[in-house]
Design a protein around this ligand. Structure first.
Ligand code: NI
Length: 187
């Protein structure tokens, strides 16, 4: 089922997610609904806050992305992406690995038509549980690392606009204010 996506500045986007402790059929169904919602919106990641739930849970799918845009190791091997994407990620814990920082123009499904450069570390290790509660370790870089960092930020109430330089943020300030007004009017 495609769920409505929450737009900025709905207060739920600023809420820190509760840890996932129950890995049941309802969580898997939520994950499936989030994947369907993300695909319908043509996104590559979606966090629980974006469908109105303050939970440490997000989905990511880079199967359509250029394989040259990222590299990874999942639990010590490198399976084809088709085998584990779309990913359902619960309780992600990110460790930044020594690497260059990278600037990239990000978008967010909670900010329609708004984009801006965000600098992030390139390489990370992320420990998480899947929807069945099975723990995993992924080391990744490039677009996958960026997408997971963006989604993990959502789970803590942090948004990509918080990570922009003052100059980048100022350049889109009017669009952000207009979106906040529109969201308020629709509430
Ligand atoms: Ni986002």
């Amino acid at each position: 089922m495609v769920l409505p996506i929450v737009h900025y500045n709905d207060p739920v986007l600023r809420q820190k997610g509760e840890p996932v402790t129950v890995f049941d059929a309802a969580l898997t169904q939520l994950g499936r609904d989030m994947v369907e919602t993300m695909h319908a919106a043509r996104g590559i990641g979606l966090a629980a806050q974006q469908i109105g739930k303050a939970l440490q849970f997000c989905v990511v799918d880079l199967r359509e992305a250029d394989p040259d845009d990222f590299d990874f190791e999942l639990d010590g091997s490198r399976p084809p992406v088709e085998l584990f994407m779309p990913m359902m990620i619960a309780n992600p814990k990110i460790t930044v690995l020594p690497s260059e920082k990278d600037s990239y123009e990000e978008g967010c499904l909670s900010f329609p038509d708004i984009r801006g450069d965000v600098v992030r570390p390139d390489e990370i290790e992320v420990r998480f549980e899947d929807a069945q509660g099975v723990p995993h370790v992924m080391v990744c870089n490039g677009l996958l690392s960026r997408c997971i960092q963006h989604e993990a930020d959502h789970l803590n109430g942090t948004l990509f606009i918080d990570r922009m330089s003052k100059r980048t943020r100022a350049a889109i300030d009017r669009s952000i204010k207009a979106l906040a007004e529109k969201t308020k009017a629709q509430a």
